[in-house]
Design a protein around this ligand. Structure first.
Ligand SMILES: [Mg+2]
Length: 312
């Protein structure tokens, strides 16, 4: 096949710096994974109930009527959202990602940020996946690779590679490129995969003096939001330091965050306004609330920062 795009897309040099943080479930893909909770009936009895992630997002702060299983707690509630204990066991995340991608391929309407995620990959922009799941970063990266293999067309993958080489040539001064697989590895290693209930991520938070203190003071229900904050701060710092190192801070930088959970959207918006936008006052922050499935790309709820970029 003749590729009608430049092998090395030098046009990336004229681009603004736009990066995204994506929640995964119901934002990028509608995953079939269920959360195992207990629901309090009118008779006051707690009974097991399986919730989809979108239902869970609606009720998770309703502690009067919903709770994690009395035996096993949150770990039991999310046992289908973590990697299997043994390597030869099936990984639900990868299987559910495949079936979610298959449903989109068969014509089901994709989640609100599906097309933005796809565009981010094709353009070769750095991104972060920040999810309440409990997977190792390598598992999420594998799911991103499935997305690249199945949601992008051959032409889109070729365009992505030419953009990646364009960035390598511009920002890393690379003249001799690796194979496609090596360049893709390099790109995906620049991105962040944060499953905030993964043990390794929890340890990172525990080792941070500010968040150790914040976590100790937080209620159980607000901990996932705090963890998302921590992951977002980590990604913004990563982007900032990367650009600083590569001399790319001479143009506008914008970071978008999308999530279908209203609680996360509210707490992240508040966090950006009260802390991040002050610390990184040259960066424009945009938050998308994708809880309303009837809206194609969600609702833009917060804009902070000086720059006003077209198309954001
Ligand atoms: Mg979600």
């Amino acid at each position: 096949m003749k590729i009608p795009v430049p092998y090395v897309n030098d046009d990336v040099r004229t681009r603004d710096f736009k990066y995204y943080i994506f929640d995964w479930d119901d934002n990028i893909l509608h995953m079939p994974t269920k959360i195992l909770m207990e629901h309090k009936g009118a008779d006051g009895e707690w009974r097991p109930v399986e919730l989809s992630t979108s239902s869970f997002a609606l009720v998770r702060t309703d502690v009067e009527h919903y709770r994690p299983p009395a035996s096993g707690g949150w770990k039991a509630a999310f046992r289908n959202f973590a990697d299997p204990e043994k390597e030869d066991e099936p990984n639900f995340f990868l299987e559910d990602t495949m079936s979610a991608l298959a449903r989109v391929a068969a014509g089901e309407r994709p989640s609100p940020s599906y097309s933005t995620f796809k565009k981010t990959l094709v353009e070769g922009r750095i991104f972060a996946i920040v999810t309440a799941r409990g997977h190792a970063p390598g598992t999420i990266e594998k799911a991103v690779r499935l997305f690249i293999d199945y949601a992008l067309t051959g032409l889109e993958r070729a365009t992505m590679m030419s953009n990646l080489r364009g960035y390598r040539s511009w920002l890393d001064k690379v003249e001799k490129f690796g194979t496609d697989a090596e360049e893709l590895d390099y790109y995906l290693s620049m991105c962040r995969y944060c499953a905030v209930t993964y043990d390794g991520f929890r340890k990172l938070m525990d080792n941070d003096p500010i968040y150790r203190e914040k976590l100790a003071a937080a209620t159980t229900a607000s901990r996932p939001e705090l963890a998302k904050e921590f992951a977002i701060r980590d990604f913004v710092e990563h982007v900032f330091h990367t650009l600083q190192r590569k001399g790319g801070l001479d143009r506008s930088v914008a970071i978008g965050f999308s999530d279908d959970d209203k609680g996360n959207v509210a707490s992240v918006t508040n966090y950006i306004r009260s802390e991040l936008s002050r610390r990184f006052d040259g960066i424009k922050f945009v938050v998308y609330d994708t809880s309303d499935r009837s809206l194609l790309k969600g609702r833009k709820v917060c804009v902070s920062g000086q720059m006003n970029l077209p198309g954001f």
